[in-house]
Ligand binder design. Structure first.
Ligand SMILES: Cc1ncc(COP(=O)(O)O)c(C=O)c1O
Length: 390
């Protein structure tokens, strides 16, 4: 247990709530979940399922009808031929980090993963006694990898490579050309790729994000993680899935039997309604996120010492704050306690996240603008330092 990590967003949320309990006003830009309600037709499908008696155990792998719908969606959106036999339905996206890593990793195996990145990757790698090999994300490359460094970090012990695009915490996306080169480097190696595509539908470019699984020879090496939490504002429902080779599906099913038995039956009916029903709810949510992204990034770029790249996906702004002269942890604490803006130190996402702050813009436009105004007001603390150095 000394090796397993946690997610700082939940700790910061607790601290922010403690301040609010004392009567302080706090704007919550720390937690990574859509602020929209789950679309009503999905809620209705769950209520109907409860009335119809979808209240019992189901198959550990997930109901066949839902797996069919997931396979059809993943085949269409990624341009790959997958069937229901390749799908594991699990309670949230996270189990597709937990179970495949548990099934595949042995002590001493090396895992290459993005840093800054979702903290659960490194936590699980360490928990299983494997060796975390961080790939620094490069701000100058839209937070993609340095491919030469990636080649150097591959070794005979590399068992797994974790990719995440669009990415948490940076909002960056990995360009198709980079994925092609990564695929070329991995094709003949005995490695599995965990491709975390949970933000695949929250993308602002014309072209949908590309999956590494769609490159020749990569499907049988890939585990696609996706789910309903972010796309359909269903974080509390715990609905996610993995798409992977059938031999690994069997392993995940065994781990499901030993842990959860199955994913809740009536929520799977809601998931089916989400995937097969109208998709305007997703389109309009993404359009609203884009409006907020443009507004918060413009606002943050006007703050002395902040440099905020425009993210291509997800709902996070990740400004470089080294120009403030403050340490990012110190600055995140200062913003919470002095300005009433709850945000995350980039260092919560790994060593290479230091010097950045993550703001989740899954909050109303009014709150975002108020947050920017509060930060602006707090900036004299570091503004004099910036001027002294420029
Ligand atoms: C990159 C990434 N992967 C996976 C997850 C887990 O999603 P879920 O809430 O469905 O378990 C998250 C949630 O924040 C995430 O940001």
């Amino acid at each position: 247990m000394s090796r397993i990590g946690v997610e700082s967003a939940f700790d910061v949320l607790v601290r922010a709530h403690a301040l609010e309990a004392k009567g302080r006003s706090v704007i919550h830009l720390e937690i990574g979940e859509p602020d929209f309600p789950t679309p009503p037709h999905i809620v209705e499908a769950a209520k109907k399922a409860l009335d119809e008696g979808w209240t019992h155990y189901g198959p550990p792998q997930g109901y066949p009808e839902l797996r069919e719908a997931i396979a059809a969606h993943v085949s269409r959106s990624r341009g790959i031929p997958v069937g229901p036999q390749h799908v594991s339905v699990v309670p949230g996206g996270k189990p597709i980090i937990f179970f495949p890593m548990m099934a595949l990793l042995e002590p001493g195996d090396e895992v290459i993963y993005p840093n800054p990145g979702f903290p659960i990757y490194e936590s699980m790698i360490r928990f299983l006694g494997a060796r975390p090999v961080p790939m620094p994300l490069e701000e100058g490359r839209g937070f993609s990898f340095d491919l030469n460094l990636f080649r150097e970090r591959l070794s005979a012990k590399t068992k797994m490579v974790v990719l995440n695009s669009p990415q948490n915490p940076t909002g960056g996306t990995i360009p198709a050309e980079d994925l092609k080169q990564i695929a070329d480097m991995l094709r003949d190696r005995d490695v599995m790729v965990l491709s975390d595509e949970i933000y695949s539908r929250i993308s602002y470019s014309e072209e949908p994000p590309v999956s590494i699984a769609s490159f020749p020879g990569m499907l049988e090496k890939s585990i696609i993680l996706d789910g309903f939490s972010k796309t359909y504002a269903m974080t509390g429902w715990r609905m996610g899935y993995g798409v992977m080779p059938t031999w690994l599906v069997s392993a995940v099913s065994k781990l499901m039997v030993n842990s959860n038995s199955c994913t809740a039956s009536f929520t799977q009916r809601a998931g089916l309604a989400a995937l097969t029903g109208p998709q305007e709810c997703v389109t309009s949510m993404v359009a609203e996120f884009r409006r907020r992204r443009d507004a918060i990034c413009a606002g943050l770029n006007e703050i002395p010492g902040f440099r905020c790249p425009i993210p291509g996906g997800a709902f996070y702004a990740f400004p470089n704050i080294t120009g403030t002269g403050m340490d990012s942890k110190e600055l995140a604490d200062y913003l919470l306690y002095e300005a009433g803006v709850s945000c995350l130190d980039g260092g919560c996402f790994g060593e290479y996240g230091k010097g950045y702050i993550r703001f989740s813009y899954a909050n109303s436009m009014d709150n975002l603008m108020e947050a920017v105004a509060r930060i602006r007001k707090a900036s004299p603390k570091w503004e004099s330092a910036v001027h002294a150095h420029s």
